[in-house]
Write a new protein. Sequence first.
Length: 145
Amino acid sequence: MTITDDLREKLTALAFDMTDNFCYGCYKVVQGEKCPSCGTDDFMRHLDGVGVEYGTDWVIEHLIKQHCTPIDAEEQFEELLSETCETVKIGSLEYDPGYVLRNIDPVAFRCGVSDMLAGDEDLYTEIDCQYYNVCDIENMAEELS
Ligand SMILES: [Zn+2]
């Protein structure tokens, strides 16, 4: 997952808010800054119904998967081509450039999709082989904050 520090900070704050402190030593959810039983402040995060783990990345990924829809990268690339390239004309017939490339050269089309996803780390982020629009994630962070 590649997102800007700013967005990561927001999501991390959200992840903390929506999870509980969990003391692994005592194996229980605890309230407050320190575990009342053993005094540790080295907590795991506990998300009801989802799990317990250290760190917040897994909570953030859960949030994104729950609230955002993965993009259809091929569809997105076809649209991109159609917005940025000229209409293909054959005689008096006109074709959408995205549609043309997708159909006459699927290999080049797929390479283009990969380039689009890899080249724009600010626009797309990958979680479990699915790509998400970073602006969807930003909107989600705004809504949940
Ligand atoms: Zn404890």
